[in-house]
Design a protein around this ligand. Sequence first.
Ligand code: GCU
Length: 363
Amino acid sequence: MLKETIENLDLPKLLEFADGSPVRTVEDWQRRRKEILELLCEEVYGICPPAPEKVSTIVNGENENAYAGKVLEQNLTLFTEFDNKTFSFPLNVFIPKFVKKPMVIIYIAFRPNIPDRYLPIEEITDEGFAVATFCYNDIAADREDNFTEGLAGLLKKGDVRAGNDTGKIMMWAWAASRVVDYLETRDDIDHKNIAVMGHSRLGKTALVAAAYDERFAFSFPNNSGCSGDAITRGKEGERIEHITKTFPYWFCPNYKKYAGREKEMPFDQHFLVAAIAPRFVCAGTAVEDTWADPNSQYISYIVADEVYKLLGKKGFVHPDRFPEVGDIFHEGDLGFHLRAGTHFHSRYDWLRFMDFMKKHRIT
Ligand code: GCU
């Protein structure tokens, strides 16, 4: 049943180079992955900002006995230096004190509030996870500011944005990588198990971050939908014409040429998911989130599976039908759940993501 639906979408092939030659081996895939990442920079998200020459932090505040004495909380400023420029942003870290080298979730947050309705810190640290979180607006403002503020202002080239100029999703993803730069200098966390997580536009960001930075062992895109994990061809709800009209600054200017012309795209969103292989991706979706379209999200994982198989992994383990409310598919390297309710980053999603990470922890 799924096979026919997917064949009818006529999706661009993952296991075929742009020149039409086949991708047969692991080495072939490494080259193909590079090609895919360059294509997505060029056509969707814009080029990656440079990695900094130097990253450092200062501690502005610390509570060794946060959350009933169970958690070390640190409020930092993270400084980066690149191309003779300095860019800094606030970062908050929460380490459960009674766990040796906890796994870490880098949470890209909508709001600076801690805790927040999307970020129940105590429940997460009680599960044994460390959290490192920053607010995306501290990196580049989520509005049309003509790319004058924050990291966007520093990267700006000319007055008019054009071609593959970096979009804001890519900038927020860049910041998540800077948090990894910093976490690598700490010896009280588990460096092998670093995840990046976000909701909606920040779910799209969590995918981009993990696609471009192999230090993320897990990506958790929650309700990421259009231009995140949902296949664009045949998609219900939001489409490129909507997203590039309302949020042009999330992307590079090239992306809008595909509005209403999805069939001409030499890629679709399974390219973004597959670029994370062989690492873990686990998606949260919601049945009433028709703007994101859970069925189109699900298809990305089904088709990305062939890359995982080529790399000798389990891939996506799922039944031959579309998902139903309450489904949780956590057996493979690609995970998926469909919950009841609307677009939101809920406790239910957090619990499923943490289950997945515990189950697949890299030792
Ligand atoms: C809008 C947008 C979505 C996005 C969402 C969000 O609805 O159209 O693409 O995912 O905002 O970030 O909450």
